[in-house]
Design a protein around this ligand. Sequence first.
Ligand SMILES: [Zn+2]
Length: 136
Amino acid sequence: MNEEVTLPAVLGEEILAHCRAVRPEEGCGLVAADASGRPVAVIPIANALHSPVRYQMDTREQFDAMKRIRREGWSLWGIFHSHPHSEPSPSPTDIRLAYYPECYYLIVGLSTDPPKLRCFTMVDGRVSEAALTLVP
Ligand SMILES: [Zn+2]
């Protein structure tokens, strides 16, 4: 772990709530940061594949979310998705489809109680875990 990342706990709860709501399908969405780079909003996006083992963000919803992020003066900070039945480690597919080297990838593991939330960067197939802290 070479990087420390903080996320407001309320945003972590929103991510978790969405992923629980769509279980057994994988849940996914975006996290936006304000101009100072602090995460400020979670935007859930429908999983177009409706699959328990894969996700692909609904194109229309993703487009609208990116428009909203620009309109608010935010930036794309992170991308989250859930693993309903497995550990929250990036799958080979997650790594292959990680197109945003500047973003954090948050993965929720729902197979444990309490669920786990982990944070990674994925750049050109190289995965690094960041030390994620939820802050008040
Ligand atoms: Zn995954």
